[in-house]
Write a protein that binds this ligand. Structure first.
Ligand code: AMP
Length: 144
């Protein structure tokens, strides 16, 4: 049976038990850098409400999350001088889902550069800290 596991890694990030490279937070959503980026600026956007994936997400959490996705996508395109943005969302193991808390991948894209395969390299803190700061600033610059 598909159930929500309250000890998944993103639930721990939401509870502050595991650190993350946060770029956006509001009452309903959180966005943070993927630590194994498939492209420069790879960011994950999640609802704070518990949801295993797209298939069980409450509609209000889902709609608030997709608005946060749009905000992150717009800012990431500016912050990292991307040419476009790809969104990915996996639901259930057969689709490629590894972490079972709903998340959208925001993947800035650069002309002629393919995505790396999932989980190719663990990025260093030294790289992710300034990258997160740059994206946070771009999100703030979007205004309300
Ligand atoms: P998936 O469930 O296939 O959509 O992928 C889960 C994503 O979460 C992968 O891209 C991982 O690199 C990423 N990930 C796993 N643990 C963390 C973490 N602690 N902080 C940020 N990203 C993570």
């Amino acid at each position: 049976m598909s159930v929500y596991d309250r000890d998944n890694i993103f639930a721990k990030i939401l509870r502050g038990e595991v650190p993350s490279f946060k770029v956006h937070e509001d009452d309903h959503t959180l966005a943070f850098l993927d630590i194994m980026p498939r492209t420069l600026g790879h960011t994950l956007v999640i609802p704070k409400a518990p949801a295993r994936n797209l298939l069980d997400a409450p509609s209000d959490a889902l709609s608030r999350t997709i608005l946060a996705v749009q905000r992150v996508a717009k800012a990431a395109k500016i912050a990292f001088a991307a040419d476009g943005v790809t969104l990915l969302q996996f639901s259930e193991q057969a689709s490629g889902q590894v972490v079972f808390h709903l998340h959208f991948h925001v993947l800035p894209r650069y002309d002629g550069i393919p995505l790396l395969p999932p989980q190719t390299n663990m990025e260093s803190n030294e790289t992710l800290v300034p990258r997160a700061a740059k994206l946070r600033a771009a999100i703030a610059n979007l205004g309300v």
